[in-house]
Design a protein around this ligand. Structure first.
Ligand code: NAD
Ligand code: MG
Length: 394
């Protein structure tokens, strides 16, 4: 008899997918589907989409599911009546389920500030985090990373740029980073000026040239706020100083980011833009899993080009750099105002350029705290939301 290969005998990694009905969540389930011998799904959560949550639960048979919107509890309960799957509802349940010791890795794929508390709870019980939710680190990166260090919890990035940097750093533990270069596609309005942007409507802004993502991050990509959030995310993930983080526009989205070491040598991670790749890398880490995704072909992509970002037009990126430099609760203020501004833009209540004005005004108005506690961050988020909501006349 021959011995089984280790992966055949190894227990499955048990996943808790927070935000399973979103763009990242559904792609993560595609990865699980393709590697069901490696992964088991223990927790699935969604905010509103009860029908998809039920469908996913029937397919993946988790231990429990949470629907954020309590008004949809009955639908989920009815849909899963013939199963043993436990059903919970509401924001508190989301936080509590994150703290139940029934999984190995949390995929943090909720969008926005709402992802912070479940992720903190997962870290507090020592669970590894595959982190898509960048807002968690933008809001409270110091506290999240400190808790992760104390609990010896790995935070493995899912965001493609940070996954790229993470991959470039494998085998480089003793080699300090000189700088990282985050690539940005530039979004649908690359090269445009304010006289064009002033008239941009939501449907146009939702058409990203290279990536198919959730609505909020798609708008953030169009305003370049996404890259600003990612600079702050990179600072915390890789313990960088603000001046070590650069952004370059790379419209083809083939180089996902780069690391420069102290000898001047640069490493880049490349591939076709497909979020399944960084999701799969984070879930499979440290192992690279085989797949049949389309491969990059140099013959079909003869030019990879690079440009400076236009910080005067895309002021959100300049504001984020200011928040990155000043630190304290300024990134938290910025993030909350941005969530409100994006929401208002998606509802056609404010224009494209108004989003940047809302963020800027909130950053000036909400009280700055240099060394915030976790409660300070919660209060700051509430204050900044309230301020921004008044501006967009919610
Ligand atoms: P999405 O809008 O497609 O999905 C969000 C998920 O979170 C859904 O399952 C939704 O039900 C849930 N959700 C929304 N609001 C919630 C709330 N208040 N409470 C609890 N759950 C809530 O978003 P997405 O594009 O999948 O992005 C998820 C996160 O991943 C974001 O932080 C985003 O920045 C990050 N990210 C996404 C991509 C991408 O390609 N989509 C790439 C990099 C990083
Ligand atoms: Mg990204």
């Amino acid at each position: 008899m021959t011995a089984k290969a280790p992966e055949e005998t190894a227990p499955k990694k048990r996943l808790a997918i927070f935000g399973s009905t979103g763009s990242i969540g559904t792609q993560a389930l595609d990865v699980v589907r393709a590697h069901h011998e490696l992964f088991a799904v223990e927790v699935l959560t969604a905010q509103n989409n009860d029908a998809l949550l039920v469908e996913q639960a029937l397919e993946f048979n988790p231990n429990m599911v949470v629907i954020g919107d309590e008004g949809r509890y009955a639908n989920v309960k009815a849909g899963l009546a013939k199963t043993n799957i436990k059903v919970f509802a509401g924001e508190k349940a989301l936080e509590e389920v994150a703290a139940i010791d029934c999984y190995d890795v949390m995929l943090a794929a909720i969008v926005g500030y709402a992802g912070l508390k479940p992720t903190l709870n997962a870290i507090s019980i020592g669970k590894a985090i595959a982190l898509a939710n960048k807002e968690t680190l933008v809001v409270a990166g110091d506290i999240v990373m400190q808790m992760a260090r104390e609990k010896r919890v790995p935070i493995i990035p899912v965001d493609s740029e940070h996954s790229a940097i993470f991959q470039c750093l494998v085998g480089e533990t003793r080699n300090p980073i000189e700088k990282v270069v985050l690539t940005a596609s530039g979004g649908p309005f690359r090269g445009r000026k304010p006289n064009f942007l002033v008239n941009v409507k939501r449907d146009h802004a939702l058409q990203h040239p290279n990536w198919n993502m959730g609505a909020k991050i798609t708008i953030d990509s169009a305003t370049l706020m996404n890259k600003g959030l990612e600079m702050i995310e990179a600072k915390w993930l890789f313990s960088l100083k603000p001046e070590q983080i650069e952004v370059v526009i790379h419209p083809q989205s083939i180089i996902h980011s780069m690391v420069q070491f102290e000898d001047g040598s640069m490493k880049a991670q490349m591939g076709l833009p497909d979020m399944k790749l960084p999701i799969q890398y984070a879930l499979g880490f440290p192992k690279r899993l085989p797949n049949s995704f389309p491969r990059f072909d140099f013959k079909k992509n003869e030019q990879l080009t690079f440009e400076e970002p236009d910080l005067r037009t895309f002021r959100n990126l300049a504001l984020a750099i200011q928040a990155l430099n000043k630190g304290g609760n300024l990134p938290c203020i910025m993030n909350a105002a941005n969530e409100i501004a994006v929401w208002a833009f998606l509802k056609n209540r404010i224009g494209f350029l108004d989003m940047m004005a809302v963020v800027e005004q909130a950053m000036q108005a909400v009280t700055f705290i240099e060394k915030p506690t976790l409660n300070d961050y919660y209060d700051t988020d509430a204050q900044s939301r309230e301020f921004a909501a008044a501006l967009v006349k919610l």
